[in-house]
Design a protein around this ligand. Structure first.
Ligand code: ATP
Ligand code: MG
Length: 266
């Protein structure tokens, strides 16, 4: 299968503003060091790692909210590593990001209808009301939700609006960054089911960032494990669970709570 993303020797450093001297430039810290991997079209890839391991930074680099300091990112054959904003425009529709905290990514002063319609308008789509209605159908919300404000929604519903806004643009790729972390277990399961179904039905490619390996296990065929900005494993998820290679992965696995407490005794 063709690759949607080809990432070669990706490096990313950011200025450490906390250590900036009064005069002169802030020192650079290496957040991502020499990452090489691919994401095939149609794949669901998990990105796991502890807090501060660089997951969100990697996600932001993939959708070019951050510019790499070195290496290369190819998206569907195009080198997007250093593309300036105006040349990124067509790609901005094709890769979408869904965030952890939908309350801060949904404009609180806009109704759901406007929230979903706005990016469609920006990208020059026609038949916008029909597209908004279809997006709501696809995420399992009634069309009457167009009139609601974000604060009138539950956490799970808000997350569905974030998903609706992304898929309305008919993207090729979705990056989901800890999108179920703030939800209770049953809303988590619903959002994950929805995402699974949408990926299948719409032929999407998905990168799913999580610090929770039990969520990754059910959703992702392949998993990349990050540790301090480096890839320590990149393998089929099933192999990761049966035969973790890196000491760090074993630690992550040990930290998973058992779904059934009686397993301890069996
Ligand atoms: N704008 C920034 N300037 C400087 N350092 C940053 C910046 N953003 C992130 N970092 C640092 O980069 C490292 C990786 O951060 P990142 O947010 O990618 O981690 P993460 O794996 O997503 O963590 P979490 O699980 O807590 O979300 C951290 O050490 C963080 O402090
Ligand atoms: Mg993060």
């Amino acid at each position: 299968m063709a690759d949607l993303y080809t990432v070669r020797n990706l490096r990313l450093s950011l200025s450490d503003m906390t250590a900036k001297p009064l005069m002169g430039a802030a020192p650079q810290i290496d957040i991502l060091r020499d990452l090489t991997f691919t994401i095939p079209k149609g794949a669901v890839v998990g990105i796991v790692g502890g807090s501060g391991s660089g997951k969100s930074t990697l996600g932001r680099a993939l959708v070019r909210l951050l510019e790499p300091s070195g290496g290369a990112i190819h998206f569907d054959g195009a080198d997007i590593t250093h593309l300036p904003e105006r040349d990124l425009r067509p790609f901005r529709r094709r890769f979408q990001m869904i965030f952890q905290d939908p309350m801060s990514s949904l404009n609180p002063r806009h109704r759901v209808g406007t929230i979903i319609a706005e990016p469609l308008r920006l990208h020059g789509f026609d038949a916008i009301p029909e597209r908004v209605a279809r997006a709501l159908d696809q995420v399992g919300l009634a069309r009457s939700f167009v009139a609601r404000y974000p604060h009138e929604l539950s956490g799970g519903q808000r997350q569905r609006i974030g998903i609706a806004r992304a898929i309305a643009l008919e993207p090729d790729f979705i990056l989901a960054d800890e999108i179920v972390s703030g939800l209770d277990v049953s809303s988590q399961a619903q959002v994950l089911n929805l995402l699974e179904q949408l990926v299948r039905d719409l032929g999407l490619t998905l990168a799913f960032i999580s610090h929770d390996l039990s969520v990754i296990r059910r959703l992702c065929q392949r998993t990349i494990v990050l540790f301090r900005g480096e890839i320590v494993e990149d393998r089929p998820t099933a192999d990761l669970f049966t035969d973790p290679q890196a000491a760090y992965t074993r630690e992550l696995l040990d930290a998973i709570p058992l779904p059934d407490p009686t397993q301890v005794w069996s």
